[in-house]
Design a protein. Structure first.
Length: 318
């Protein structure tokens, strides 16, 4: 009897010891994971702060020579030639022109694809088409650039005339860039539409609405925040794109709204100066960081507006 009690007591102590060890191990694991996640988040924050500091510090020398007002509002950009002009409006207008064309293309085809995938396509076809669309996002941008230059531009010249469309133009770059960012719009918009409760669709069908009316008057308004988020993300990607505009749009700082003319985007100029033809520390070299800082401010403003729109029109369903 005494042996049974002793054995039972030892088994109980062993069980408590195992439980204590397991809890201690779990505490150590959770602490390590917590600190690891904090470190990764801190790295992201520090990286962003470092980028901003580099842009601001390197741009300071430029803005001591050129006023911010002249830089932002000037209509001539020729920092590599004499006389030097430091008006960034031609670069901004070229960037926004290509991004606007790309945004129209991506929103039109991307939203159409999202509506088809979420409301019309059978589940089997949806599982096949969605990965196929996402393949477009994995194609190297240099391939898109030469596709625009050697395939899209000749078609535009045949349509509008070779005397009106030169080999480097904003339209071909914008059209191809729109195809490149289309998967962002279609995938994220389709995910937002699928998240709309089925009960809203059933209620609309019960009132006699057609499938197209349900998609355009019920599903899209309900998923508007996700659609806007996908569009802003895609346009931000277009503004920061480099190779397509460098190859297909040209290198002419041209303040124009005509998409058939050659332009120079902000990223294309940064690539041009970064090739090593300008001496480090010179005023011409510092224009890289000034243009980069302006590009950062533009994308930051877009993201702020996007977050406001998302919070303004966001709908939560239980």
């Amino acid at each position: 009897m005494v042996d049974d009690r002793s054995t039972s007591h030892m088994a109980q102590e062993n069980t408590l010891y195992q439980v204590a060890r397991r809890r201690r191990r779990q505490y150590i694991e959770q602490s390590l994971i917590s600190w690891l996640l904090r470190a990764t988040a801190l790295i992201s924050v520090l990286t962003t702060i470092g980028i901003v500091l580099i842009l601001v510090v390197q741009s300071y020398g430029f803005f001591t020579e050129v006023s911010i007002w002249d830089f932002v509002t000037g209509r001539e950009w020729s920092p590599l030639f004499i006389p030097q002009k430091f008006g960034a409006l031609p670069l901004v207008s070229g960037t926004l022109l290509v991004a606007a064309i790309a945004g129209i293309v991506s929103l039109t085809f991307g939203l159409g694809a999202a509506i088809f995938l979420s409301e019309y396509a059978p589940e089997g076809l949806r599982r096949v088409l969605k990965p196929v669309l996402e393949v477009l996002a994995g194609i190297p941008t240099v391939v898109y650039g030469y596709f625009a230059l050697t395939f899209i531009t000749p078609i535009l010249q045949n349509v509008f005339g070779s005397d009106r469309v030169i080999i480097f133009n904003a339209l071909s770059a914008g059209l191809v860039m729109g195809l490149m960012i289309m998967p962002m719009v279609s995938t994220l918009s389709e995910d937002a539409m699928v998240a709309v409760p089925r009960s809203l669709r059933d209620a609309a069908y019960a009132l006699g609405a057609t499938r197209f009316e349900v998609a355009t008057k019920v599903v899209i308004p309900a998923a508007l925040s996700g659609i806007v988020a996908s569009f802003i993300l895609a346009v931000s990607r277009a503004i920061g794109e480099t190779m397509i505009v460098k190859i297909a749009a040209g290198a002419t700082p041209n303040l124009t709204l005509n998409p058939l003319e050659s332009i120079q985007a902000m990223t294309a100029y940064i690539v041009q100066v970064s090739l090593g033809e300008t001496s480090q520390g010179s005023l011409e070299y510092q224009t890289i960081f000034a243009v980069g800082l302006l590009l950062f401010v533009m994308t930051l403003a877009m993201n702020i507006v996007g977050r406001w729109v998302i919070s303004r029109f966001r709908q939560v369903y239980e």
